[in-house]
Structures are given as structure tokens and as C-alpha cells.
Design a protein around this ligand. Structure first.
Ligand code: SF4
Length: 492
């Protein structure tokens, strides 16, 4: 783990920390005699008891002990941000390895951090986690944790993660389960790599580890592999084409229902939306997805949730806010059919003129169809092409909406942690560094993020009506959740 101790950045006036003589620049070394590893372990340690004995190091190297009666609360310090931990694996379908060259540095960061897995649902292969770290997860009750299993058959797993020491993922999972930690799991599936009997064994092994009470495998999602056009020098991986996706969706859909029935009605096996969108199939109904929408960020249930929200929205008086609006909605090809259908219903219901255009991803390659990986240049190209198609008038639409998920700060949401030497971009910048205000200026019409649903979209259009783009700058706080499938599906 990180070096022992976490530096104090500031001390709240009148706080317990100030009373205890702690000053900015000191380092919190231990609480209750246990090492403070990072912010998460600080929170765990201070909350454990009503009082705490602290060991602190001054900048000159001297140390002292202090005792505080904190009632299980924080002691009034701001601590230095933790650095995200970087992965040293070599997964055959690692998305970072398939990035086009020349993007900003933060996009090439391979994060693999159990803290992000616990806090934000990132998946970790656990390849960087030794036994001491697994024990830390148990000790600090970092549950549930999200684990990329990919395959439980050792030789197959080694092929997938590219690390000969990481074949036995079940040993690590069992250690966590025995310690009472719940685990959400996923397998990114590629034809000929970990499908067939390997997948069946993965499913069986993980299902056998589902149990009542603590220490259970809570879910297993399967996600089709995502490949870009930038695989020069990388091992061959077979893509999931529409026929394979269709076969998979139809084969495993009944199994989702069968296992849910044996799991008190709660879906346990989860099929990512992309199986259906790639196959051109309708996504299943609400009962197909877990009650808590587990693994939504992994692309499981986003389309269904959007449709559910749209159904309610269309019946609400607020839908009238779209009346008369001419809006171009840009999205990725995988979400475009769903969005088109909803836009047509809205147009019929309230007299709006929403049009959906599927933007091709020239930056990553046309095989990439998710909205979250569209770059500013792709969206700009699609909007210009649409304007030309519509006669070339400067006011061809009242506004353009771009996918919120394409405005993320990173291919994975690691901006909560510092990235050594990397400047994290401001909100409103696409993956290729084009900003939303720049795109709006280029298009000459208000250009807004889509938000996660029609209600968000209307909020953004109304904000644009009020001049949220005054001076070319984005002056309004937008909903930042993605309307479309996030690229999380690519983050094993
Ligand atoms: S897919 Fe994840 S674990 Fe694998 S190499 Fe890439 S960042 Fe590391």
C-alpha cells in the first residue's frame, strides 16, 4: 500500500486536532496503534471508537502522541489527497492499450485501486492486491468490492490478464468472502477467449459462492469485449459481432430469469445492455435487472432505466417544456435507435422537433459505438454533416445536445484521486480536449450536455435559453450523469 502516514493539509480552528497540537504539515502516522494508510483508512480508524490515540510526525521528523475524545467522528483535519494506484497488468483487451495516440496524459492512466472499487464501483482484477491488502479490505470492511474475474479456469485467466501469477482468482475471492466481504463480479467476454466451457465454469464457480448473509458473491455481469481500431502490436482478440451478441443474449436471457428465481427473485446474473444493442434486440423489461440497478455503471440496465424514466416523463406536464423545440440529439450508434424511438414519441405527444443522429466514432474506430467514447471532433463532424443534409442554414436547429458521458474527465472516473503530474481537465471538455463552449461557438447554436434523461435535457435547454453560454463560457452547473452507455463497459 501507500507509504505509512498521511499528511495534514489544514486544521479546522477550534477542532479536536488543533487542541491536540496537530498542525498543517504534520503527518498522521497511527490511530489506535494502526497505520493510517490513506484517507479511507483514516475514516475507518476514527470511526471505530469514541476516543482515539494518535501518533503524529512533525516535519522535522520528531513524533508525538495525542489522545482525543472524538465520539467516532473526524477530528477536524483535511488530509492530502491519495494518489490513485496504477495497474501493472497486461490484459489482452485493456482499453488503455487501445487508445489512439496523442490524447492527454490522464487518459492513459491504468487505475487499479481497491479504494476506487469500494468507493465508486470500479472493477479491479485484484492482480495488484497481495494478502496484506486483502486483509486490509476485510479489516476495514470495504464491502462490497467489485472484481473483474473474466475466467475462473486458471489457464484462461492467465491468458486474459496477461500475468502468469494471477490464474487463481478464486483464492483471493474466497479470502474476501471468508472475511465477510461481499463481492460484485464481472467477466468481459470475447469469443474463443473465455466463452463456452470456460464461461460456464466461471458462472458455476461464482454461483456456488452466493450465500445468505455476509460474504457472498452478489452478482456476476457479463460484458462483451470492446475493441478499438488501435490494436497494432496487441494480441489478436475476436470481436463480438451482432450474430455472436444475438446468440449470447438469447442463450443467457432465460438463465438470468432461472437464477433470479433461485435468488429470491433478485437477478444475480446480469447481461450488459450491449449484448442487446449490438444484436439489434429490444432490451428486456425492468424485472430483468436488479432492484438496486446493481452494475448500472458497468452498462447493465442503462437503456431500460432511460426508457422507464422516459415513459413517466412523457406523461408528466413537464414534457410540454419541449413543445416547439428543434433539437439535434447526437449519440453513439448503439443508443441511437432507443433515443430515436423516445424522441419520436415525444414529438408526437407535445409537438417538438427532436432529431437523433448517430455519430460515427472516427477517433477510436467505427467499431466503437458507445456514446461515452465519442470525441469532440466526431460530434462536430456529425453536427456539420447534419446541417448540410438539412440545407445548410445557420439556424437549422435551436440547439444541439451532446452525450454527457462524452464529457467525462477520464475514461474511468479517477478524478477523485490525484494523478501524479497530471492536470485534470475542467468539466465540459471532450476526450480530445475540445471544450463544450468551443463546440458551441463552432456550431453557432447553443450546445448542451444531454444529462441522464429527458428531464435533465430540458433543464439544460432551459439553462441555455437563459444564456448559460454568455461569453462562450459554460456558466451553468449541468447534470453530469451520462444519458448513454458509459465506457465503463470497457473498464475491466
Ligand atoms: S484492463 Fe484494467 S487490470 Fe487490465 S491491464 Fe488494463 S487497467 Fe490493468
Amino acid at each position: 500500500m501507500a507509504q505509512q502516514g498521511v499528511q495534514v493539509i489544514s486544521v479546522e480552528p477550534g477542532s479536536l486536532a488543533e487542541e491536540a497540537g496537530i498542525r498543517p504539515g504534520d503527518t498522521l502516522l497511527e490511530i489506535h496503534g494502526e497505520a493510517v494508510l490513506d484517507q479511507l483508512s483514516y475514516q475507518y480508524l476514527v470511526s471505530r471508537e469514541d476516543e482515539a490515540t494518535l501518533r503524529v510526525r512533525r516535519p522535522d521528523g520528531s513524533t508525538f502522541e495525542a489522545w482525543v475524545e472524538n465520539g467516532g467522528e473526524g477530528i477536524g483535519v483535511d488530509l492530502a489527497q491519495d494518489e490513485v494506484r496504477v495497474c501493472r497488468q497486461n490484459c489482452v483487451f485493456c482499453f488503455v492499450h487501445q487508445m489512439p495516440k496523442g490524447f492527454r496524459k490522464s487518459l492513459y492512466l491504468k487505475d487499479e485501486d481497491i479504494r476506487l472499487s469500494f468507493l465508486y464501483g470500479h472493477f479491479t482484477t485484484l492482480s495488484s492486491s497481495d494478502d496484506a491488502e486483502l486483509d486490509r479490505i476485510v479489516r476495514e470492511r470495504l464491502s462490497p468490492i467489485h472484481v473483474s474475474v473474466h475466467a475462473t479456469e486458471p489457464a484462461a485467466r492467465i491468458r486474459v490478464v496477461g500475468n502468469p501469477r494471477e490464474g487463481d482468482i478464486l483464492r483471493k475471492i474466497d479470502r474476501l468472502l471468508a472475511g465477510g466481504i461481499d463481492v460484485h463480479t464481472q467477466a468481459v467476454v470475447a469469443p474463443g477467449l473465455n466463452d463456452g466451457a470456460i464461461w460456464q465454469r466461471t458462472l458455476d464457480d461464482l454461483w456456488a459462492r452466493r450465500r445468505e448473509g455476509r460474504g457472498s458473491v452478489l452478482s456476476l455481469s457479463c460484458v462483451p469485449v470492446g475493441l478499438t481500431a488501435h490494436r497494432d502490436g496487441l494480441p489478436f482478440v475476436q470481436d463480438v459481432d451482432p450474430a455472436f451478441a444475438r446468440e449470447w443474449a438469447l442463450r443467457w436471457k432465460p438463465e438470468v430469469r432461472r437464477l433470479a428465481a433461485a435468488n429470491d427473485g433478485e437477478p444475480w446474473l446480469l447481461l450488459a445492455d450491449e449484448w442487446f444493442t449490438r444484436a439489434g434486440l429490444e432490451v428486456p423489461g425492468r424485472a430483468f435487472y436488479s432492484r438496486s440497478w446493481a452494475q448500472l455503471e458497468n452498462g447493465v440496465g442503462l437503456v431500460r432505466r432511460f426508457l422507464e424514466h422516459s415513459r413517466r416523463f412523457l406523461r408528466s406536464p413537464r414534457a410540454q417544456g419541449f413543445k416547439g423545440r428543434r433539437v439535434l440529439l447526437l449519440t453513439g450508434p448503439s443508443f441511437a435507435p432507443t433515443l430515436s424511438r423516445v424522441a419520436a414519441e415525444l414529438n408526437r405527444a407535445v409537438g417538438s422537433q427532436l432529431r437523433v443522429v448517430a455519430a460515427k466514432n472516427f477517433s477510436f474506430g467505427e467499431s466503437v459505438t458507445v456514446a461515452g467514447l465519442l470525441c469532440g471532433a466526431d460530434l462536430k463532424y456529425a453536427a456539420h454533416a447534419d446541417r448540410d443534409d438539412q440545407g445548410g442554414r445557420a439556424d437549422w436547429v435551436d440547439a444541439v445536445a451532446v452525450p454527457s458521458s462524452s464529457l467525462r474527465t477520464h475514461t474511468g472516473p479517477t478524478d477523485q484521486y490525484t494523478l501524479r503530474g497530471v492536470v485534470v481537465r475542467e468539466e465540459g471538455t471532450f476526450l480530445d480536449d475540445l471544450t463544450l463552449p468551443q463546440l458551441a461557438t463552432d456550431l453557432g447554436v447553443p450546445t448542451v450536455p444531454s444529462g441522464a434523461n429527458l428531464s435533465h435535457l430540458l433543464d439544460h435547454l432551459e439553462a441555455a435559453d437563459r444564456g448559460a453560454f454568455r461569453g462562450g463560457a459554460l456558466q451553468s452547473a449541468f447534470h453530469t450523469a451520462g444519458l448513454n452507455q458509459p465506457q465503463g463497459a470497457y473498464n475491466p
